[in-house]
Write a protein that binds this ligand. Structure first.
Ligand SMILES: [Zn+2]
Ligand SMILES: [Zn+2]
Length: 340
């Protein structure tokens, strides 16, 4: 490696694809840390970024180093603030970089900051040998957790936040969509006392993987959900039109729907039939509460109640990012981890 250069996955222009190339090692700005990336994991969002969907075009100004789920070792802490983060710590980044100034930040609702900036999307991220992270979104990991799991705390955190809002203890739960967050939601629902956990996915590989985790009582194709007005809680994590329709049908009267999956298109629903007549509780969830969700996630991982190694299926070198993305798009995978 040439001095002061590192390998990185860069969105170089406003078009599909990425370029894997040498770029300068970043310097930490004021109140930032510099980390050596150990693992970064591929998120569903990264597929849209790779393919350059309209959402990506609206949020990324190339050139940008992408990647936001990660664990790394702190090499430098550039701050005069008081902090417990020090050189050598194993840290992860919270993707939602908050501003501290807006109304939501003032009421400590940081994850829905009005001026949110996204790590690895609105600024350089972690598909690289080194990365800089704002100190205020740097999470110091508990060394009792496996290093692989440290890089997969974003989907688990989403699941912890979503399942927590649904209050699933003793409930019959349907999880629509079994990407990493949906899979994790099964683990969290099981660990927090759900009576029955049913998973839904149209991809046989994902159904098999979900059953192997032991977190689900049943895993079926969306077309096999014939139970109407049956589930106390539906976690909608697919963002899929059919999945959303089935979710509203399958939830019981006065049940709860947690909206998490982001559709690629506008979705319309029968307002009278579902929202009024069924008297549902609908709760949307966007990311993880800071830092409450991260503490809960740590507890779950330490307790062994949710073992993320069950859903980590592939590991690739960073230089093989295009290969990893092809597997990701094939959906013949759980979580994919990259190693610089
Ligand atoms: Zn993500
Ligand atoms: Zn804010």
């Amino acid at each position: 490696m040439q001095k002061n250069l590192m390998l990185a996955v860069v969105k170089v222009s406003a078009a599909p694809g990425v370029v894997i190339k040498k770029v300068p090692i970043p310097k930490p700005g004021k109140d930032e840390v510099l980390v050596k990336v150990i693992y970064a994991s591929i998120c569903g969002t990264d597929i849209g970024i790779y393919d350059w969907i309209p959402w990506a075009a609206a949020h990324i100004k190339p050139p940008t180093i992408i990647g936001h789920e990660m664990v790394g070792k702190v090499l430098k802490v550039n701050t005069k603030q008081k902090t417990d983060i020090k050189v050598g710590d194993l840290v992860s980044s919270e993707t939602h970089i908050f501003c501290l100034n807006c109304f939501q930040c003032k009421i400590k609702n940081y994850h829905v900051c009005e001026n949110i900036q996204l790590f690895g999307i609105g600024r350089d991220g972690a598909y690289a040998e080194y990365a800089t992270i704002p100190l205020r979104t740097t999470w110091k990991n508990d060394p009792a957790i496996s290093i692989e799991a440290m890089s997969v705390q974003e989907p688990l955190g989403n699941a912890v936040n979503a399942v927590g809002k649904a209050k699933v203890k003793g409930k019959k739960v349907l999880i629509m969509g079994l990407g990493p967050t949906g899979l994790c939601a099964g683990g969290v629902a099981r660990a927090t006392g759900a009576k029955e956990v049913v998973g839904v996915n149209d991809e046989p590989y994902r159904r098999k993987l979900a059953m192997k985790t032991g977190w689900f009582d049943r895993v079926v194709d969306v077309l096999d959900i014939k139970e109407h007005n049956s589930f106390d809680t539906v976690l909608e994590m697919s963002g899929n039109r059919l999945g959303i329709e089935v979710a509203f049908d399958a939830v019981r009267i006065a049940g709860t729907i947690i909206a998490f999956g982001i559709p690629k298109e506008n979705i319309s629903i029968d307002w009278g039939k579902y929202l009024i007549n069924k008297e549902l509780i609908i709760r949307s969830v966007f990311g993880r509460q800071l830092w409450k969700t991260w503490h809960q996630t740590t507890d779950l991982l330490k307790s062994g109640k949710v073992d993320l190694s069950k859903i980590i299926t592939h590991k690739f070198r960073l230089k093989d990012f295009d290969k990893a993305m092809a597997v990701m798009k094939s959906r013949q995978c759980g979580k994919i981890i990259l190693e610089p």
